[in-house]
Design a protein around this ligand. Sequence first.
Ligand code: HEC
Length: 145
Amino acid sequence: MKMKSMISFAIGIILVATTMVTHAADRKMATAPADFLKMTNPNDMDDLDKKFLKKAKKVYKRKCKKCHGSKGDGKGSAADDMEIQPTAFNKAGYMESRKDGQLFWILKKGSEGSEMEAFGPGTDANLSDEEMWSVLAYIRKEFTK
Ligand code: HEC
C-alpha cells in the first residue's frame, strides 16, 4: 500500500471507531460556538412576573412537554422509545451546569442526530428569539434542582 492510501485507511478506521464510541457511551451534546456561549438570558431571572411565566409555560406545554415532560424530567409521552432520551432539566445540578447560550443554541438549531429539532425562526415551530429566551427562563425557573 502506498503511504497516502495507508494514511487515509488509518483515518477511516479512527473515524469509524470514534463514531461507534459516541453512540455507545453517554451522549455528549455538541458544544455551542463561542458567540452563543457568551449570550445570557435577557430576562431578569429574579423578576419574572406571573403573566410572563404563564405565557412561557403555554409554549412549553405546546411544544416541549411531550418529550421533556411536565416536570421537566425528560419523561414526556413521546420519549418512551427514543434512542437518545430528552434532557432531564430537573436532574440535581443540571441546569446550573448549562450556560444560557448553550441551551439557546440547541433550542434554536437543534441537536444533530437526536429528535431535538430546531425551533428557531424559519423552522416549522418558528419561535422568535424572544419566545425561545422566555421558554428557557421558564425552564430554569421551574425545573432547576
Ligand atoms: C421530539 C422530542 C423533543 C421535543 C418536542 C423537544 N425536545 Fe428538547 N431535546 C430532546 C432531546 C432528545 C434532547 C437531547 C439531545 C441530545 O442529547 O443530543 C433535547 C435537548 C434539549 C436541550 C439541550 C439541553 C442542554 O443541556 O444543552 C434544550 C435546551 C431543549 N431540548 C429544549 C427544548 C425546548 C425548550 C423545547 C420546546 C420548545 C424542546 N426542547 C422540545 C427532545 C425534544
